[in-house]
Unconditional design. Structure first.
Length: 123
């Protein structure tokens, strides 16, 4: 997914997204939510975050708090989207260590994933 497809008029983030996941030590994210390493959360690419229809500011982004199902090698987890990752490409997710380790060993560092929103983006 590139910036242009992120803005697709056919439905922002509709269908399955493909990218890579990594993990980080979360704290206060762009949604204004203070997360810990044990929370099942993920940050989307800043390109995606900043182009969500209805975006008027970081704490009011319509993506904030939405749930997404992330899949790696047949294993799936549900995470809450709580921030933006400036080093992520569109389609990528930066996950808490607990979320990442529910899918793969942390020693892998980066994995190929598919993910889908579990609910529509509020308008």
């Amino acid at each position: 997914m590139n910036e242009e497809s992120a803005r697709s008029e056919s439905g922002f983030l509709s269908g399955t997204q493909t990218g890579q996941a990594t993990f980080f030590q979360p704290g206060l994210g762009a949604c204004g939510i203070d997360n810990s390493a044990t929370d099942l959360i993920a940050y989307v690419s800043t390109i995606v975050f900043d182009n969500v229809p209805g975006f008027t500011g970081t704490n009011t982004n319509p993506l904030c708090g939405l749930k997404a199902t992330v899949t790696f090698e047949g294993k799936s987890i549900v995470v809450a989207l709580t921030g933006a990752c400036s080093s992520c490409q569109p389609g990528d997710l930066a996950m808490s260590p607990t979320a990442f380790s529910d899918l793969a060993n942390l020693s892998l560092g980066r994995i190929d994933i598919n993910w889908i929103l579990n609910e529509p983006i509020p308008s």
